[in-house]
Design a binder for this molecule. Sequence first.
Ligand code: 6GU
Length: 235
Amino acid sequence: MRIDIVTIFPTFFDALDLSLLGKAKQSGLIELDVHDLRDSTHDRHRTVDDTPYGGGAGMVMKPEPWGEALDGILGDDTEEEPLVIFPSPAGEVFTQAMARELAAEPHLVFGCGRYEGIDHRVFDHTASRARVRLVSLGDYVLNGGEVAVMAMIEAIGRLVPGVVGNPESLVEESHEDGLLEYPSYTKPAEWRGLPVPPVLLSGNHGAIATWRRQQQIERTREVRPDLLPADEPDA
Ligand code: 6GU
């Protein structure tokens, strides 16, 4: 998978060299390029923002640097049409299902906005030559798209085949089956007076599976009842 990121804070993404994603980059499973939006400016101050037409608080990102930066990235993609994602609190909400969908794309481009957003014509023009999606992490406001894109790339990257060594560890996770994950325990069997639930030491795999399923349903009902299907028999 190829990933391009356009941002005014390229060093933000240095953290992607760490851990699993870093290994995926080194092995070539994920090819990541971070582009400084200011490299596509031509004035002495490398200006990327200006005051909003119609008035109002804050600044808006100018269209010209975005146009030039995206020309450079989209222009040389000859094989498959890239998908351009603009992180935005006004976008559709990012989910595990969306992460799965995006993990199957050969080329993702992330455009990180700052300030009050990007001149809207950038979205319209980009949509005339590539698929475009506005994606939000959730119902709260961040100062810019960088942290959101880091989260999305981590969620997407670990689903790219080969990035996570044991693919089975991807199956039994929160949200993969629509429920929250069951609680996990390791040795010692008793710690600070707290025992591990005895069923987990029983060796009875059927009983363990039933207990874990019950825990998933109970947890989900307590903290995320919105995730429970209406017809969940044990709910
Ligand atoms: Cl994707 N961007 C910003 N700026 N704020 C957000 C967000 C994205 N998702 C939630 N809040």
